[in-house]
Design a protein. Structure first.
Length: 256
C-alpha cells in the first residue's frame, strides 16, 4: 500500500501514525478536525478514522466513497456497519493503552494484541507492526470491548482506590504496585482462578469485617464489589455453599 491517511489527531491517531512510519509506511497525518472530510479518501489506499465512537458514523458518512480506498476505524466496540457507505471497510483495535504518541507508538511495536476485521488490509497493517492478531466478529464486539475496559480502565480505577485508602495510613500507591505486578504475573502463569488469594477466596469474613469497619464509608461499595468478584472467581464445585455465601457490603452487615 502506498499511502495511509489518518483523520484524528488524538492519542490513538498520533500513536498509530508514528508506529506506521517507523515500519516504513507512507502516512499522511494525522489530520485534525479541520480536514476536508469529503475528499479524505481520494488518493489514499487506506483511510483510518481515529475519532471517538460517537463521531464515527457521522465522519464516515461525510467522506466521499472511493472504491480503491479501504476505510478503517480503531474502535473496539463498533463493527463495520458504522463505516457505511464505503465498499471496503476494516477495523483495527489495539489491546493496549495509548497515553501519548511516544509511548503509544512504542507499545504498538512491541507485539501487542490487535483485533482486526474486514478487508485483508487490516491484517496486513497488523502484521507490519508485528502484532498478535485476533479476529472478533461484529456481534461480539461489545462483549470484547467490555472485557478490554475491565482489563485496563477498571484496573486503573481500582488502583485509584488503593491510592486513596493507602493515603489514610501515610503510604503512596507505589508501595503496593509490586503486589499488583506479582498478582498479574501469577495470572499470566497460572490463570485467574489459581492466582486468587486473600480473605474472600478463603471465606475469612472476620477479616473482611475489619476492613469494612476501617474503610471510609465512601470506599465500602467498591471494596464490596471486589469481594464479590473474588468470591465468584474462587467459588466452584470444590467450594462449599457456606463459603460461597454472598459477601457483606457494609460494616454493619458483616458477621462478627
Amino acid at each position: 500500500m502506498s499511502l495511509i491517511r489518518i483523520i484524528g489527531a488524538g492519542r490513538a491517531g498520533t500513536s498509530l501514525a508514528r508506529a506506521l512510519r517507523t515500519v516504513g509506511h507512507d502516512v499522511d497525518g494525522p489530520l485534525g478536525r479541520e480536514a476536508d472530510a469529503a475528499s479524505a479518501a481520494a488518493g489514499a489506499d487506506v483511510l483510518v478514522l481515529a475519532v471517538p465512537d460517537d463521531e464515527l458514523a457521522h465522519l464516515a458518512a461525510a467522506v466521499d466513497p472511493d472504491p480503491r480506498c479501504v476505510v478503517a476505524h480503531l474502535s473496539g466496540s463498533l463493527g463495520l456497519d458504522v463505516l457505511a457507505p464505503h465498499p471496503r471497510r476494516a477495523s483495527l483495535h489495539p489491546l493496549v493503552p495509548l497515553p501519548n504518541a511516544h509511548v503509544g507508538a512504542r507499545r504498538l511495536l512491541e507485539g501487542v494484541t490487535l483485533a482486526v476485521a474486514g478487508d485483508p488490509v487490516a491484517r496486513e497493517l497488523g502484521e507490519s507492526l508485528g502484532a498478535r492478531l485476533v479476529v472478533v466478529a461484529d456481534e461480539d464486539r461489545a462483549s470484547y470491548h467490555a472485557a478490554a475496559c475491565v482489563a485496563a480502565n477498571h484496573v486503573v480505577a481500582l488502583l485509584g482506590q488503593v491510592e486513596r485508602v493507602a493515603a489514610t495510613v501515610g503510604l503512596p500507591v507505589d508501595a503496593f504496585l509490586g503486589l499488583t505486578r506479582a498478582a498479574l504475573d501469577d495470572v499470566a502463569a497460572l490463570g485467574p482462578r489459581a492466582a486468587i488469594t486473600g480473605p474472600a477466596s478463603r471465606g475469612d469474613w472476620a477479616t473482611i469485617a475489619r476492613h469494612l469497619e476501617a474503610l471510609d464509608p465512601a470506599e465500602r461499595a467498591g471494596y464490596g464489589a471486589g469481594v464479590a468478584l473474588a468470591l465468584e472467581l474462587a467459588s466452584g464445585p470444590a467450594v462449599s455453599p457456606a463459603v460461597a455465601a454472598p459477601p457483606p457490603v457494609s460494616a454493619a452487615d458483616a458477621p462478627r
